[in-house]
Design a protein around this ligand. Structure first.
Ligand SMILES: NC(=O)C1=CN([C@@H]2O[C@H](COP(=O)(O)OP(=O)(O)OC[C@H]3O[C@@H](n4cnc5c(N)ncnc54)[C@H](OP(=O)(O)O)[C@@H]3O)[C@@H](O)[C@H]2O)C=CC1
Ligand SMILES: O=C1O[C@H](COP(=O)(O)O)[C@@H](O)[C@H](O)[C@H]1O
Length: 477
């Protein structure tokens, strides 16, 4: 038992394989740096909306991968699916198995045995009493004296307030045991500034900010997580990253498929709320913000809020909207829908670093390719003696997906006898450089962060508010 900052922390050594224990030890050293409590013991993960699309495609596979890598251990973790659909434990396991193709059969079977299913509604006590009994029985049988409870809301946001009320009333981690209760909520966290604030107030009455994890899965992507390292751990970039050197920055999301069975949801939100207000604004923050005091979540989020507050209102003439042909063929989309499936907006940051540099954010569905990238375009070289303008400018590209890469476009001498120039690239393609590394899925990383209590990659309430504020005219206009 360790005593740290007034907290008693149980340190229970479980029987683990060596790779799992080395991961645990690297987590422990990170936890020490971030002053996170070191903890192990009984952990229950409840996936609410377990019958749904997100749960089967992302949440359960992410839990499986954490299990496979030793971050979730049999004997310590218990997973419960909850939804209204009438399903047995095996019924849910069968659905999940279908999304774990290619994984080791032995691991999958072991993982599925950790999963139970409880059926109930989202607004009556009966189901949540059953859920609490399921969790409590497991905690008692586990006998570790701790109760860590993580609730993942893979549900439409309309039911968040009632579900949170039920969790608060029936399912909180008992204070008689060491542990915590944390709730992960999915986007969209509202339709506009007012509805986002209303949702935040409703949840804020039930949970403290440090219990709420507003997930934006772009913050879990490898190269998004690399942005702070790249910017603040490389001397090379420090003097360049500003209005003196940068001409414009483009943050682009494109998908080569349309609504893909989610037309009903998409049509109510549109591309600005679905992608720009959250994923692209989060990337924008990490590209444009100032250096945080430290890596502590509050320091990082303070800087994100600051840069968002410096964004000028978006000008109408700097917004382009479009809808792909065939969008209304989706039977769940109304025939007269004018919901945009493509948008391009220009953000202008009114501060010393970025005054005059346009940040162009573009997102579109059903385009000709799938790509998400950041393009930092530098200004032309003053007094150019090589007349190399025609070859294009220096550009630094960070490709988030697919095939993670960073490359810098440079003008070089064309090899040979002639003094001619051409554009070439310094290329760091992850597939080549890190051949033996499996890049984790965003959801995997973010669920692990929640278990560790690290809110660095989650959206704080005031950050959400200012994100909506930045796009308020275009989402409500
Ligand atoms: N699917 C995706 O790729 C992504 C989803 N998200 C977000 O994740 C959350 C879940 O998404 P997704 O799984 O696609 O959603 P679903 O529409 O599949 O809903 C999940 C489950 O919620 C229950 N449910 C559905 N509609 C209602 C309703 N009106 N009232 C009460 N319960 C309902 C259903 O379970 P039952 O009837 O069994 O109770 C359903 O299986 C949403 O907030 C979504 O925006 C975010 C990023 C990507
Ligand atoms: O949140 C969402 O993201 C997906 C795109 O995620 P990615 O990780 O595959 O880039 C998008 O398709 C969906 O519309 C949106 O709700």
């Amino acid at each position: 038992v360790l005593l740290k900052e007034g907290k008693i922390i149980l340190f229970v050594m479980a029987g683990t394989d060596s790779s799992a224990s080395s991961r645990q030890s690297s987590f422990n050293s990170l936890a020490k740096d971030l002053e996170l409590p070191l903890e192990q013991g009984c952990l229950t993960i409840v996936v609410l909306g377990a019958s749904g699309d997100l749960a089967k495609k992302k949440t359960f596979p992410a839990l499986y991968h954490l299990f496979e890598q030793g971050f979730l251990q049999s004997g310590e973790v218990h997973i419960v699916g909850y939804a209204r659909t009438n399903l047995s434990d095996d019924g849910l396991r069968g659905r999940i198995r279908a999304y774990l193709k290619g994984a080791s059969e032995e691991h999958v079977s072991e993982f599925l045995q950790l999963i139970k299913y409880v059926s109930g509604s989202y607004d009556s006590g009966e189901g949540f009493e059953k859920l609490n009994k399921e969790i409590s029985d497991y905690e008692m049988s586990n006998n570790s004296g701790s109760s860590r409870r993580l609730f993942y809301l893979a549900l439409p946001p309309s039911v968040y307030p009632s579900v949170c009320k039920m969790i608060r009333t029936y399912c909180m981690s008992p204070t008689s045991r060491f542990g915590w209760t944390r709730v992960i909520v999915e986007k969209p966290f509202g339709r506009d500034l007012d509805s986002a604030e209303e949702l935040s107030s409703q949840l804020g009455e039930l949970f403290e900010e440090d219990q709420l994890y507003r997930i934006d899965h772009y913050l879990g992507k490898e190269l998004v997580q690399n942005l702070l390292v790249l910017r603040f751990a490389n001397r090379l970039f420090l003097p360049l990253w500003n209005r003196d050197n940068v001409d414009n920055i483009q943050i682009v999301f494109r998908e080569d498929f349309g609504t893909d069975g989610r037309g009903g949801y998409f049509d109510q939100y549109g591309i600005i709320r679905d992608i720009i207000q959250n994923h692209l604004l989060q990337v924008f923050c990490l590209v444009a913000m100032e250096k945080p005091v430290s890596l502590k979540p509050e320091h990082i989020r303070d800087e994100k809020v600051k840069v968002l507050q410096s964004v000028n209102p978006i000008k109408d003439e700097e917004v382009v909207l479009g809808q792909y042909q065939g969008y209304k063929d989706d039977p769940t989309v109304p025939d007269d829908s004018n919901t945009p499936t493509f948008a391009s907006i220009v953000l202008r940051v009114h501060n010393e670093r970025w005054e005059g540099v346009p940040f162009i954010l573009k997102a579109g569905k059903a385009l000709n390719s799938r790509k998400a990238e950041i393009r930092v375009q530098f200004k032309d070289v003053p007094g150019d003696i090589f007349k190399c303008k025609k070859q294009g400018r220096n550009e630094f590209v960070i490709r988030l997906q697919p095939s993670e890469a960073m490359y810098m476009k440079l003008t070089v001498k064309k090899p040979g006898l002639e003094m001619a120039t051409e554009q070439s690239e310094l290329d760091l393609s992850y597939g080549m450089r890190y051949q033996d590394v499996k890049i984790p899925e965003a959801y995997e990383r973010l669920i692990l962060d929640t278990i560790r209590g690290d809110q660095q990659h989650f959206v704080r309430r005031d950050e959400l508010k200012v994100c909506f504020h930045s796009v308020t005219d275009i989402v409500s206009g």
